[in-house]
Design a protein. Sequence first.
Length: 434
Amino acid sequence: MKTAALGMQHVLAMYAGAILVPLIVGGALGLTTEQLTYLVAIDIFMCGVATILQISSNRFFGIGLPVVLGCTFTAVGPMIAIGGEFGISAIYGAIIVSGIFVILISTVFGKLVRFFPPVVTGSVVTIIGLTLIPVAINDLAGGQGASDFGSSINLLLGFGTLTFIILMYRFSKGFIRSISIIIGLIAGTTVATVFGKVDFNAVMDASYFHMPQLLYFGRPTFEISAVITMCLVVMVSLVESTGVYFALSDITDKELTKEDLAKGYRAEGIAVLLGGIFNAFQYTAFSQNVGLVQLTGVTKRKVIFVAGMILVVFGLIPKFAALTTVIPTSVLGGAMLAMFGMVVSQGIKMLGKVINESPENSMIIACSVGMGLGVTVVPDLFSVLPTGIQILTNNGIVAGSVTAIALNIIFNMRPFFSKRPSSQPDQQLTEQEV
């Protein structure tokens, strides 16, 4: 019972992140209630599968640390953009390719990580967070195109939910603080029920059990720009996961080898590949669960295995997923504003460590964030260019990411263009530098 309770704590700590990604992406793509229920359910299921893959430790995959995997928020903006331009089938084609890409580079990612120092990853995360804020604001007002967009009740529910989350975060500690988002969603939905804004028909209609389906949304399609976008996103996620690996290795007193890291990356690649095949998402290590491991002092993999199994079981019961679909859009928007703001905050935190190291870093950040936001706001900026070049310019996240990578090579990496001693030495996969 104790192990089950500890496992359930980990589920609660990551549950808001697990359900918000499918709700946001599915809502933006206009999925039906039935499709949205499936998307939430399969995501919860795949979070469990991905976690079990990662805590395993065999010759081929699994880092063997108490890691919990969930869908990455870094992919939300790109998925919405890809779905809006090419359709949902292109999202899953790109996810499948990105999973294969990670598996192929898993043994050499230690060398590639030098192209993704904090000045690059921080810029990318900041761009992604900033481009997501309008999505949250639109939903807080009731959803773009809604007949009651901006109504007083929507604003009350949205800002009320946000205020509740802020107060929870301010006056609670430890585990309660870590689940403040999900508590806020419950509170906001409860208030919305009083105002008649919640329809439970989706829960009543949902079945008690289902099996995951291969390619639920149809045959995947493959668009070059979409594939490039998701490969960039998954590489940023790998860099973030590397930090989680080393944090947990320190907590558990387990020294990591290059082989361990390769198996960890490979497990994430397999999880991403399966996510694409079952029409779920890209998966990455969740840092909030690292805090829970530190808080409880429980480092046994058995606890994380139980958490993974709980997620698998929840994912097989559509009624659990359907419960999340009744959350009003305005309530969801209030929570999204806090979570997307945290994405921006994380990016700024990453950049804060490097922006004062050199004026070159300031220029990299300025140009990459400016390019990313500029292309997002004015998507037709490069419409006169050849189609082959537009692959790298018609998406703000890709344009900003490519700009950050290129400028980092020019300013900070030797022996490329820098004539002075590099202010940012090549990264090695050590705990201190990660």
